[in-house]
Design a protein around this ligand. Structure first.
Ligand code: SF4
Length: 600
């Protein structure tokens, strides 16, 4: 296959882990119809996953998919993963950068499907013509980065390669365990690490060396022109400059000034020590270097240098660790825990990184524990003598391993290892148990639409529809509730299109509809605006169908809202339950009209 067909119909690699067999087959028209990423991912998930399976059983299925723009255009650097989430019990969906999409492209892989469960811990390497499986027993309980280094040394391939690994938390099936990609990127949200752990997959590498012929795969002249335009928009305008200069940590001070930075388990929205944990502070005092995902000229990944002593009291034995930080980590392990020291945040990130856990989820779990401890909802007996207090980094550092290693005997930490929903179930504290549809949220106290965005989003993530951004846009230009909800829904549908390409959403301002159509056309993929929008809506319908078939209840998720959501000060003042009620009704009517699904 050459040219257009090869791009439209890349291969699918399907691995049956139960007998370590694999099959590589052509994707026929799947990529033509759904482009790639979430479009192809949700379709394949529906084809391969039975409704109602236990997410940690061999019957769960993991799909990784890339899209048509990956590798061909700047900042189209992500890979989409879909699976059933052990944290929410519903649609698991996560995106990661690194070099994975490039390695898959050069391997001519459009999607990778993992089924079954390996009898023993393994890692595997996918070459263009096959897969090799290796014993991962010697790697058990190693950190994701040590595992990644050993796999890289073992395969020793200098070309396009990407390595995905899990840490001890994934092996112990902690439902918010993440998977780490090429050291600094993560499939962070909704627990992919635990699903890989349940399948006895400690990691995998994709190697791709197939040449791509731009002359035959593209309308070459047009491709060069569109590429140059996108590159220019990416690097010479203000659309992405902030991501390079300060990274997403640039958001700390503006959100704090707007009274929107979650502080002290979302009880407050202004952190008096924000200056000391701001993007500006990190950049001027701790930044070591910036790195980028494959095919991205931005380099938003900021690595701080944390210098630590091997042993207390020795002066000479200093070692330096590069720790990547961003807005969400600073919120979850900084302001929300009232930790106002940047180095302390780095220590927490590093310790969590070693276990391989989603830093947002465990940060919100910490915040619940600190508040429950303060309110005497949990006792020193429950904490096994540990103090768990806001503002005390050592308190949190000393319970990370307790959570990661918890067994049923250690009730509190075992519940903490399952997430905030489980803690609330066991100990109460719903009023301050911050989660939406069982997922601990990202760091925005901007107003109604951030929270409604979490609630109605396909996977309940801030990246589904960016309600936090809408809240900020309408600060001085109020809109009707109908317009607000429609704006969230429309954006989520458009994001389904971008997530099918699979571009990095930081570049969503670069890839407007017109630019996306031109980029596709230069790759000989002809789509009109109407067709793309229709595809975005169709993908949303499929995501919702999946969720409701798996038992999701919008009303139940809404009724489980912590009272704090209606008690908290935001950029829009205090939020009222009556307004949330109205927004929910507007959403339900609109969603039923668009998707012909009963949502409430
Ligand atoms: S902007 Fe950042 S996260 Fe996005 S592709 Fe570039 S380096 Fe990766």
């Amino acid at each position: 296959m050459v040219g257009e067909l090869k791009m439209l119909y890349p291969n699918i690699l399907e691995i049956n882990l139960s007998d370590l067999s694999f099959e590589i087959y052509e994707s026929e028209n799947l990529f033509d119809k759904y482009m790639g990423g979430i479009g192809v991912g949700i379709e394949l998930l529906n084809q391969h996953l039975q409704t109602g399976v236990d997410p940690l059983s061999p019957e769960n299925v993991v799909i990784f998919a890339i899209g048509p723009l990956n590798t061909y255009f700047p900042v189209a650097s992500k890979t989409c993963a879909v699976f059933k989430s052990p944290l929410t019990g519903n649609l698991g969906e996560s995106y990661a950068g690194g070099r994975l999409s490039t390695a898959m492209r050069f391997n001519n892989l459009g999607a990778l499907i993992l089924k079954g469960k390996s009898p023993e811990p393994i890692y595997f390497v996918s070459y263009e013509d096959g897969v090799q499986f290796f014993n991962a027993k010697p790697l058990m309980y190693m950190s994701p980065n040590t595992t990644g280094r050993i796999i890289r040394e073992k395969i020793g391939h200098p070309g396009n390669r990407s390595v995905v690994t899990i840490g001890p938390a994934g092996e112990r099936l902690i439902p918010y365990a993440c998977a780490t990609v090429d050291r600094t990127r993560h499939f962070g949200r909704t627990g992919l690490g635990a699903v890989l752990g349940s399948k006895n997959v400690k990691g995998f590498a994709i190697i791709g060396d197939q040449p791509i012929s731009l002359e035959s795969n593209t309308k070459y002249k047009q491709y060069r022109r569109v590429f140059r335009e996108i590159y220019k928009k990416t690097t010479e305008t203000n659309l992405m400059a902030k991501y390079h200069i300060l990274g997403t940590a640039a958001g700390i001070l503006p959100l704090n000034a707007l009274k929107s930075l979650p502080t002290r388990n979302f009880a407050e929205s202004y952190f008096e020590e924000a200056e000391n944990i701001s993007g500006e502070y990190f950049a001027s005092e701790l930044l070591g270097k910036r790195v980028a995902c494959g095919g991205c000229p931005i380099g938003c990944i900021h690595l701080a240098i944390l210098r630590e002593r091997w042993e207390k009291g020795t002066v000479a034995d200093i070692h330096s660790i590069a720790v990547s930080y961003d807005y969400e980590l600073i919120y979850a392990l900084g302001s929300n825990l009232k930790i106002g020291n940047a180095k302390d945040i780095l220590k927490l990130i590093e310790a969590i990184e070693k276990e391989g856990m989603d830093a947002i989820s465990i940060g919100v779990v910490f915040a619940w524990l600190a508040e429950a401890y303060e309110r005497n909802l949990i006792s020193p007996k429950d904490t096994e003598g540990e103090l768990i207090r806001f503002g005390r980094v050592d308190d949190f550092l000393s319970i990370i391993k307790k959570i990661s290693k918890a067994t049923e005997e250690s009730e509190l930490y075992y519940s903490a290892s399952k997430g905030v929903e489980e803690l609330v179930e066991k100990y109460g504290g719903n009023d301050f148990g911050i989660r939406v549809a069982k997922l601990e949220p990202a760091g925005y106290r901007t107003g109604y639409y951030a929270i409604m965005g979490f609630l109605i989003g396909g996977r309940h993530s801030h990246l589904d529809n960016a309600g936090y951004s809408l809240d900020q846009k309408i600060l001085n230009k109020p809109i009707t509730l109908e317009k607000g909800i429609n704006s969230l829904i429309n954006e989520e549908e458009w994001r389904n299109v971008l997530n099918s390409m699979v571009i990095c959403l930081f570049a969503r301002g670069v890839y407007d509809i017109n630019t996306t159509i031109q980029a596709l056309d230069s790759l000989k993929i002809n789509r009109t605006e109407e067709e793309l929008l229709k595809m975005g809506m169709e993908i949303q319908r499929k995501r919702l169908q999946f969720k409701y078939a798996e038992g999701f209840s919008l009303i139940e998720a809404y009724q489980r809202f912590p009272k704090r959501f209606t008690e908290m000060m935001t950029a829009h003042g205090f939020l009222e339950k009556e307004t949330f009620d109205k927004l929910l009704t507007i959403y339900s009517d609109e969603a039923e009209k668009r998707y012909t699904i009963k949502v409430a």
